[in-house]
Design a protein around this ligand. Structure first.
Ligand code: MN
Length: 206
């Protein structure tokens, strides 16, 4: 099992980032997220962001990481957007397992209850936040440095590297249009059924 950093920063001999193999089959999230969506979303969209980062990272040292590029992008908005999208997509795809635990347990359950009241209230807040993003973007659940959960939205790209990211919801249309078309709410409900909270708990404790 590769670590998240290894997946995120996989490179060829010439120092270019290359798409890591998905850690499950493209059909493994059926029927919640279709094989067709995975083929395009992982195989085409994520690949395109990686290719763009390779074009834009020429002035950086060969051992640069995606996190370095996000942090050092400065005024280079294209570099920020594409590096952030690479991070977000790996982070998104590595949180699903239909055979996993579909409700929080352990420390994450306690933090969810503290911050949101209970898991149902959390789910409602995530659905609302996802519906509220105008156009394309992300909703992240993270742990702040003082140990509290934060839910925040990003328009377009954006990655909360100032916190410990725990879970992310992609609300770009390409994440769901093949499966639920204009019904973003149904997609978010399906998403919530596919998340493996054992993975979120590991991220929290990692
Ligand atoms: Mn996406």
């Amino acid at each position: 099992m590769k670590t998240f950093d290894e997946l995120l920063n996989k490179k060829d001999e010439s120092g270019n980032f290359i798409l890591s193999e998905l850690s499950y089959a493209n059909y493994a999230l059926e029927p919640l997220i279709s094989e067709r969506t995975l083929n395009f979303h992982y195989g085409k969209h994520l690949q395109a962001y990686i290719s763009k980062v390779n074009e834009l990272k020429k002035d950086f040292p060969a051992d640069v990481t995606i996190e370095d590029l996000i942090k050092a992008s400065g005024d280079n908005k294209a570099l920020f957007n594409n590096a952030s999208q690479v991070y977000n997509h790996y982070f998104y795809f590595e949180q699903f397992d239909l055979k996993g635990e579909h409700k929080p347990t352990g420390r994450i359950a306690k933090l969810i209850d503290e911050r949101f009241g209970n898991f149902d209230a959390f789910k409602k807040e995530l659905v609302d936040a996802g519906l509220k993003v105008f156009g394309s973007g992300w909703v992240y659940l993270s742990e702040s440095s003082d140990g509290k959960l934060i839910m925040e939205s990003f328009s377009g790209a954006g990655t909360p590297l100032d916190k410990k990211p725990l879970l992310t919801l992609d609300v770009w249309e390409h994440a769901y249009y093949l499966d639920t078309q204009n019904d973003r709410k149904k997609y978010i409900e399906n998403f919530l059924e596919a998340v493996d909270w054992n993975i979120i708990e590991k991220r929290l404790n990692g």
